[in-house]
Design a protein around this ligand. Sequence first.
Ligand SMILES: *[C@@H]1O[C@H](CO)[C@@H](O)[C@H](O)[C@H]1NC(C)=O
Ligand SMILES: *[C@@H]1O[C@H](CO)[C@@H](O)[C@H](O)[C@H]1NC(C)=O
Ligand SMILES: *[C@@H]1O[C@H](CO)[C@@H](O)[C@H](O)[C@H]1NC(C)=O
Ligand SMILES: *[C@@H]1O[C@H](CO)[C@@H](O)[C@H](O)[C@H]1NC(C)=O
Ligand SMILES: *[C@@H]1O[C@H](CO)[C@@H](O)[C@H](O)[C@H]1NC(C)=O
Length: 421
Amino acid sequence: MQQIAFAAFVALSIAGVVSGLDNGLSLTPPMGWLAWERFRCITNCTLYPDDCISDKLFRTMADLLVSQGYAAVGYDYINIDDCWLSKERDANGRLQADPERFPYGIKDLAAYVHSKGLKFGIYEDFGNFTCAGYPGVIDNLKLDAETFASWDVDYVKLDGCYAELVDMETGYPEFGFHMNQTGRPMVYSCSWPAYQTEKGIDPNYTVLAQHCNLWRNYDDIQDSYASLRHILDYFGQKQDDMGPFAGPGHWNDPDMLLIGNYGLSLDQSKLQMALWAILAAPLFMSTDLRTIRPEHKEILQNTRIIAIDQDPLGIQGRIVYNVSKIEIWTRKITPVEGDQYSFAIAVASRRDDGYPYRIQVPLKDIGLTNPAGYMVQDLYGDETETLLVPESLIDVRVNPSGTVFWRANIVVSTPSVTKIK
Ligand SMILES: *[C@@H]1O[C@H](CO)[C@@H](O)[C@H](O)[C@H]1NC(C)=O
Ligand SMILES: *[C@@H]1O[C@H](CO)[C@@H](O)[C@H](O)[C@H]1NC(C)=O
Ligand SMILES: *[C@@H]1O[C@H](CO)[C@@H](O)[C@H](O)[C@H]1NC(C)=O
Ligand SMILES: *[C@@H]1O[C@H](CO)[C@@H](O)[C@H](O)[C@H]1NC(C)=O
Ligand SMILES: *[C@@H]1O[C@H](CO)[C@@H](O)[C@H](O)[C@H]1NC(C)=O
């Protein structure tokens, strides 16, 4: 019976042209804090009481999201990743949290997160085990979806370790079906394309957009500029395949923000924030909010850049220029007039000759053709606006492995006239 209902569900969703997952969630890319990149699978709370994956860590980060102003600028999810589980299911076959590290259970933690005005996300794995070896969902799809709903979970990331590739394109939608049947709206983050691309298989983005709110396209991000560049190169090379499938409710996910950790310089941190905004990427910090430096916090809380990421059109940006190790990425944003868009423009340097490199490119060469021009603002500078027309040059100096990031708001040539009926 469940299988028949599921088959009908799949048939229905495929009939509805290019439409994304219809759960009303993530109309702009989700934002929040996710444990994995920084805190991994630290489970010894005797040895590392402040760093271990525990109730305390998530309550502390929830407190800081609110008290340090992150929630106010949009970071509203607190998400657990791997290593929260007990190695055994309970007597009724249900998932349970590690009893020592999560002594009050997940429902209580979710209630705490909700009491702070935040939303709560959890992690599981489609296969036999999670990547770190805890129980997976494969034989318990319905039960586990119901368990998450009963704990008031708002977001589920489903990883793909210990699973067969051939099962994923049907299995992930099946778990999504059971999530839907619980009646509790939960954001669904799917990892299956990352496992396909690892094996050289091109993901079917039509299916992804129909069943998932976001999906991890490619490798896990690690704490280095090399890892960041590796992911950006993939997103640049595959932009025609994946870009069109981003939009309200369904997003490509280049993985977490490294900002605030060990591996990126200040310039590289600015570059990640700018490029993630260009890509309409989910913005999940994974850093220690107790000890973050003010200059990193300032990048993460740059509201003008967050506004680019969260632009309501949800159009993913593209690399449009790549010469002499200088890349220009643009993203179409609001306001729009007729067929003319406003733009975010990131000039990104991958040079390492140690001086700020000058580039000069006419706006019209990168697709900015609005005759009346654009009011341009430097998103890492002050709020001064400069009028540039299509023939004007982008004339900037870019730091090695850094970025110059602009917003170019369209200028409307004729004042709009109020129509009288
Ligand atoms: C945690 O670390 C302590 C100190 O090194 C060690 O004695 C203990 O066995 C570890 N606990 C676990 C569960 O590994
Ligand atoms: C999952 O477990 C089943 C049952 O033990 C086994 O047959 C299957 O090969 C496992 N799959 C993977 C991908 O490990
Ligand atoms: C379940 O799916 C239906 C059909 O797509 C949708 O209208 C509804 O909002 C979904 N409900 C939840 C809780 O996701
Ligand atoms: C993707 O999956 C859909 C639905 O199963 C199918 O119609 C379409 O042909 C697939 N696209 C590709 C490129 O395989
Ligand atoms: C830019 O060009 C370089 C050299 O051809 C290439 O390695 C890199 O991947 C390109 N950048 C992107 C984002 O595609």
